[in-house]
Structure formats: C-alpha cells, structure tokens
Unconditional design. Structure first.
Length: 370
C-alpha cells in the first residue's frame, strides 16, 4: 500500500480553553487508484476513543486533506497519533491495514491574564513605571536613601536627607534586587482545595485553587518579563533551587506540566527563598499557609527590607465550601505578612488574577485588604 501521511497540529502551543486543530494529508503515491480508506488517528490518552474517518478512493498521485478539532483540554503536554489506515472494498475482497509510527506533540499552557500597568510605591521593579513614584517627590538622592540602622557605616549618612526629614538617613548605593523578581509558587497538594462542583474544562481555576495559583504565576511572570524584568521561579517545596526563565514562552511551557507536590510545608525551600529575598523582589502565590511556612516568609522579609514583597494568599475554604464561604486562615496569614512589610491580598474563588494583583499592589504593607 503506497499511502503517505503528513500530520500537523495547529497551534502546537495554546492557552487552556483555546481550540487545537489537527490536519492529516493522505497521499496516494501509486499511479493506480485506491479502494475506500478508513482512518483512525489516536487521540491523547486523556480523551476517549479515536478520530475516525472514511475516505472515498484516492486517484493515482492524489492527495486529500482531513481536518478535525480536539475538545478543550486542561493545561498539559499531549500527543496525537499514530495513524492507522485500512483499505477495504464493498465486496470484502480487500482488507489491508497500515500503521504509521509518527506522532505529534502539543502543549496546553495555563491561562494568562493581561494585568494592568501600575506603579508600585517604593518599588523599583514591579510596576510598569517603576521608580518614578518614589523619585518624583523629593528627587533622585532621596530615592537611594533609607533610615539609619544600628551597624550602618557612619560615612554613608546622607546629611541633606537627614536635615530634611529630621531622621538620620544613610545612602543606599546598591539594590541587588533592582530589576529582578522571584516568584514563589506554592504547589503543595495539602495547601490547595478542589470544588465538588464540576468546573469548566476550558477554565479549571474555578474548580481547583492549584490551577488558579498556576495561572497567577503565568500571568504575573509574563507581565513582569514583558515589562523588562528578570524572572526567577521557585516552585519546588523540596528546595531544588531557583529556575531562571528568560521569556514568557519558557515560563508558560514549564507551568504547563507542573504537578502537585507532596511536601507539607515550604521549609525545604527555605535557603532558596532566603537567597531570593536578598537578591530580588518577591512575589509569593500561596495556598493554605501552615505555621512553619508563615514563619519562613515573615523571616525572609524582615521590616526595614527595601526590596518589595507581594503575597497572594488563596482562601482555599472558598473552593471547598458550597457557595464559596470564606475561612479565617488566609486572613490571619495575610495580616502576619502585612505586619512584616508584605503587600497582601486574600484571593477568593472567582477572583481574577488582575483583581488580586491590583488589590495587592494597592495594599498598605502594615494592613490587609480582604
């Protein structure tokens, strides 16, 4: 049987909830016509059955195209194929089968929301106009000063700022975190919840708090990268290290295939988080926060630290409860982090990433908005 096959998947990278089209091109490489063709293309393992088609006979050297669309799939990596072709005739005299070995892969990325361009007060690397807010009031010299702390080099006292404010101020000549952001993504299975109500396959964030967190990491990370920031991702609670991601594509490809982690706290990642806090701004996307993890995050950003820290705390009780009733754990954790200087927002089921991000950036670090 001189039958050729070429498959294409379009697009090969797609956001969750977007359609994927598979195209098969069958070619009769013989000068003689074929009999009727029956096609079976294997679907991804997560879908039942096969894609089946019946083609009328192909003339000699003829090519014919068959196209089908896959149903909406949640984020992940998928494979279609191989194709099996069967030639038959109305009389049952011909029954020839051929299996091709070629398969094609595509990736369904997490949903990425567009986020508003905002200036973060006292931050030089989270907002789109970063730095302009703090520099514009008192001049560039004041933007690089802070209050004196015991142990500071007295030679770094900034006398003009000290005279103006009435408080001893010192020069802050280096900000190792400037321009770099580390995103801490909490993938612990025990920290997340799923709704008993069936969610939409095209958007599983309403069903699973973990899926919401992954989408938030994709959205915030993409926003920061597109704003010219450098991005590190810490998503292993076991502390395997920091993942440096150079562009939105590498970020969303990675997040397409992450899975829940078995760890019960983020303590295993303590060295990585502490190191990131010294070298970058922090954005933490958290499920239910246990006491050990809370102490770790509070300690990673002591009061007086100049690098900004933002935390989105998912109120997982609103995913578990019928009607989305709030719990108290997320609010208590948010208050503790806010007291340590974090900008926080508590996220309920149904909240968009854009809403949570805006709320966190507008929050007072010494309080919390619910």
């Amino acid at each position: 049987m001189l039958i050729g096959n070429r498959r294409s998947v379009s697009p090969d990278r797609v956001g969750a909830g977007s359609p994927v089209t598979v195209q098969l091109v069958l070619t009769n490489r013989s000068r003689l016509p074929t009999t009727r063709l029956m096609l079976e293309d294997r679907l991804p393992a997560q879908l039942p059955g096969q894609a089946r088609f019946v083609l009328d006979p192909l003339a000699g050297r003829e090519s014919r195209t068959v196209t089908y669309r896959l149903p909406h799939l949640p984020r992940g990596r998928y494979r279609v194929g191989p194709l099996q072709v069967r030639l038959t005739d109305p009389f049952g005299l011909v029954d020839i089968r051929r299996s091709f070995s070629a398969t094609d892969e595509f990736v369904v990325r997490p949903i990425v929301e567009s986020l508003p361009d905002m200036t973060v007060p006292l931050s030089h690397d989270l907002g789109d106009d970063a730095g302009s807010h703090s520099v514009g009031t008192h001049g560039a010299d004041d933007a690089s000063t802070r209050e004196y702390r015991v142990g500071d080099d007295l030679r770094k006292i900034h006398w003009r700022s000290t005279a103006r404010t009435g408080t001893v101020m010192v020069r802050q000549e280096e900000r190792p975190w400037q321009g770099r952001v580390s995103v801490v993504l909490d993938l612990r299975a025990v920290a997340h919840a799923e709704s008993a109500a069936p969610g939409r396959v095209e958007d599983e964030r309403g069903r699973s708090s973990l899926e919401w967190a992954i989408s938030a990491a994709a959205s915030i990370g993409t926003h920061l990268l597109m704003s010219g920031r450098s991005l590190d991702l810490l998503d292993d609670p076991g502390g395997s290290g920091i993942r440096r991601l150079p562009d939105p594509g590498s970020l969303t490809d990675h997040l397409a295939v992450v899975t829940p982690a078995r760890a019960t706290s983020l303590v295993g990642a303590s060295p990585a988080i502490a190191g990131a806090a010294r070298q970058s701004a922090l954005v933490a996307i958290l499920g239910e926060v246990d006491p050990q993890t809370l102490r770790l995050l509070v300690g990673a950003h002591p009061r007086g630290t100049t690098a900004p820290a933002v935390a989105l705390l998912l109120d997982t009780a609103t995913w578990r409860a019928e009607g989305g009733h709030a719990g108290g754990t997320a609010h208590r954790s948010a208050r503790a982090l806010a007291t340590a200087g974090w900008r926080t927002a508590v996220v309920r089921r149904g909240t968009t990433v854009a809403e949570a991000w805006t709320q966190a950036l507008q929050a007072d670090p010494v309080g919390v908005r619910a």
